[in-house]
Design a protein around this ligand. Structure first.
Ligand code: HEC
Length: 146
């Protein structure tokens, strides 16, 4: 009896330990992914600024679309604790957070269409609305500074 209770206690400790580890990972991974999204935006801005060929940007935008589709799952309950700038509203105002994310996916789909068309002027114009779409989420769901 004593032994099996001990086993249960150890099992629980192990489970707790791995859950805590996974939680740390989820924050680090989403931050790394978002940093990468920022780098993609910089790279696309450079192409737009020099009126370069926008067609090769389509695969990058595909990657961004796939990332933002996975975005809500990267903010599971409990991942408000730790080295994160996500505001509590990500969880307390979930429908708004998900709407801001859906707007992002839709905006990127539009951007992908103009990139694939090779129309640099249309790309620049649609790209100009893409940064503000990022900001549309940050305004309510990401803390400023650190
Ligand atoms: C649906 C909401 C949402 C959208 C859309 C969104 N972000 Fe964010 N972003 C966040 C949140 C929340 C954080 C804070 C994440 C954390 O610290 O855990 C963040 C953090 C970041 C960071 C900091 C990453 C780090 O190093 O910690 C960058 C860079 C970033 N976002 C870029 C972007 C760009 C570029 C776009 C648009 C292409 C974008 N985000 C769209 C919610 C969003």
């Amino acid at each position: 009896m004593r032994v099996s209770l001990m086993a249960v206690a150890l099992g629980a400790a192990t489970l707790f330990g791995s859950a805590a580890f996974a939680q740390g990972d989820v924050i680090a991974e989403r931050r790394a992914g978002l940093k990468r999204m920022g780098e993609h935006m910089e790279a696309m801005k450079a192409v737009a600024d020099r009126s370069g060929d926008v067609r090769p940007l389509a695969p990058t935008i595909d990657e961004m679309i796939a990332w933002y589709r996975s975005m809500p799952d990267r903010f599971p309950p409990g991942s408000d604790k730790g080295d994160t700038r996500a505001l509590p509203t990500v969880w307390s105002e979930r429908p708004g957070f998900e709407t801001a994310n859906t707007n992002m996916v839709n905006q990127l789909q539009g951007l992908r269409t103009v990139a694939a068309s090779g129309d640099a002027a249309a790309f620049t114009s649609t790209f100009g609305q893409t940064g503000p779409t990022c900001g549309g989420c940050h305004r309510n769901y990401r803390a400023r500074g650190r």
